[in-house]
Write a protein that binds this ligand. Structure first.
Ligand code: ATP
Ligand code: MG
Length: 477
């Protein structure tokens, strides 16, 4: 669990806050002054520091600077009381993750803490490239196929430069992992990496989030706010889902790329910022250009260095590796022994289209692990998991078999991937139907043929077509 260091001279706040965080499952340490806080960080790096800005002895700003000198990537959340807001704002300019006003709303505070911990994790947790299935807790980009080798080479080539990089590819192909790998192999690896998801933030907030504003810039702008680009000065900003960025903000991003400066809303002068931009999108940017949803000048500027993530269907040879990786990773996370997977289930995974790519494959293995209850994963567990997976995506609800089946079919149809979709789907069902008939009859082909209302030779042909070995179909009962 994440470890949080609370630095505050107010003993009561320290203790009640520590109790609260403890109940949320965090490990908590406390320090009563800036000096003690720095010492605590030196002794042992926490995952996050939450610190009061005004304390006797050295103040919050100096403490922040000295903590950053120890580890510039350690996220620090500043607490500020009325009257010290300016200092807190200054702290964000110096790279503090965020600040909260005392007395704080517990829900808001916990949300910021969660974000900060996850941001810190992204920076510290190394991404291994092209690793084998056993990576022991590290995040990894799995894949040995030629198209993934190309990706690793591209990462290696662009990472050490300061070039803006555009990562393209379907949903779930690992764009975010690649962004982190580039950052970690860059000269800015010791500096912060900030992620901004352009769809997650409402359009009205995105601009002020990115660029900040001056006091009075609009109604409600009671004090100055430092934008993310300023905050990330010296570091890297990952603009995720840039294809969904509103046009008005695109213009400002272009300016940042060209002039290396930003202007706060309501600001009078540009502020120089030194950030490296990595952007990602799963959108068809060329079509967005035609529809005038994406600026041409920004498009050309971004696409100079592009890394294209191959969809899983174009690197099927990596699927066995991914299955083993996810089995080992999720068993470890669930603290169970890796139960393995039957040949038939493995085939089911290898034959599926994975419209949601690696993310969907991973989620499916995770669910199948739960369904299989410690026994080797069977094909039925996989189909059940796939049906559940697409149900989540469509938010259709329903738990019965028909709904599950329909949702799965819908996901497959929506993928538009198979030119022979009808026959593909019929085969998937045929495989299950024949498999179950064999299960029910203990592998007796004559009886199974009778149950199915087909001749024995027809059944035999199906068994061969679906590559059903008696042993595996019987096991999956
Ligand atoms: N090659 C890979 N090896 C191992 N895990 C992967 C790989 N690609 C993706 N993943 C995992 O799949 C999930 C989705 O990856 P990621 O968030 O990088 O996808 P994305 O391309 O950014 O998708 P989206 O466009 O939907 O945001 C993550 O849990 C990630 O760890
Ligand atoms: Mg992503």
């Amino acid at each position: 669990m994440a470890e949080i260091l609370i630095v505050d001279d107010d003993v009561q706040l320290r203790q009640s806050f520590a109790r609260l965080l403890g109940e949320e499952g965090y490990d908590v340490r406390m320090a009563s002054s800036g000096e003690a806080g720095i010492q605590a960080v030196e002794d042992h790096l926490p995952d996050l520091v939450v610190m009061d800005v005004r304390m006797p002895g050295i103040d919050g700003i100096e403490t922040l600077q000295r903590i950053q000198a120890i580890d510039a990537k350690l996220p620090v959340v500043i607490m500020t009381a009325f009257g010290t807001t300016e200092t807190a704002i200054e702290a964000t300019k110096q790279g503090a993750f965020d600040y909260v006003l005392k007395p704080f709303d517990v829900g808001d505070m916990l949300k910021i803490i969660e974000q900060a911990v996850s941001a810190g994790r992204m920076m510290h947790q190394q991404v291994q490239m092209g690793a084998g299935p056993e990576t022991g807790g590290a995040d990894a980009i799995i894949g040995q196929s030629p198209s993934m080798q190309k990706v690793y080479k591209a990462i290696g080539r662009v990472a050490p430069t300061d070039a803006t990089v555009l990562i393209r590819g379907e949903s779930g192909t690992g764009k975010e992992l690649v962004a982190r790998a580039i950052y970690q192999h860059s000269q800015r690896a010791g500096k912060p990496f900030l992620v901004i998801n352009c769809v997650a933030i409402p359009e009205t907030l995105l601009e002020s989030e990115l660029f900040g504003y001056e006091r009075g810039a609009f109604t409600g702008a009671a004090s100055r706010r430092v934008g993310k680009f300023e905050q990330a000065h010296g570091g890297t900003v990952f603009l995720d889902e840039i294809g969904d960025m509103p046009m008005s903000i695109q213009a400002k991003i272009l300016r940042l790329l060209q002039e290396r400066s930003v202007e706060r809303l309501g600001g009078q002068r540009p502020i120089d910022v030194d950030v490296r931009i990595i952007a990602a999108t799963n959108r068809d940017l060329e079509r967005a250009l035609e529809d005038e949803r994406f600026r041409e000048d920004l498009y050309y500027r971004l696409k100079v260095v592009t890394i294209k993530m191959p969809p899983l269907k174009e690197r099927k040879e990596d699927i066995p590796l991914l299955i083993d990786y996810f089995l080992s990773r999720f068993s470890r996370e669930m603290q169970i022994n890796n139960p393995g997977i039957s040949d038939e289930a493995r085939q089911g995974v290898e034959q599926h289209f994975w419209p949601g790519n690696v993310r969907e494959l991973g989620n499916t293995i995770k669910k199948a692990l739960i369904f299989s209850r410690g026994y080797p994963i069977q094909a039925g567990n996989i189909y059940q998991a796939i049906a559940g997976e697409s149900r989540d995506d469509n938010d259709g609800g329903g738990t019965d078999l028909e709904t599950a089946g329909r949702n799965w079919i819908r996901a497959m149809l929506a993928s538009e991937e198979n030119p022979d979709m009808f026959n593909f789907l019929m085969d998937q069902f045929g495989r299950m139907v024949v498999g179950e008939a064999l299960n029910l009859t203990g592998g007796n082909r004559s009886r199974a043929a009778r149950l199915l209302g087909m001749s024995r030779p027809t059944l035999q042909a199906r068994i061969e077509k679906y590559n059903l070995s008696l042993e595996t179909s019987v096991k999956s009962s």
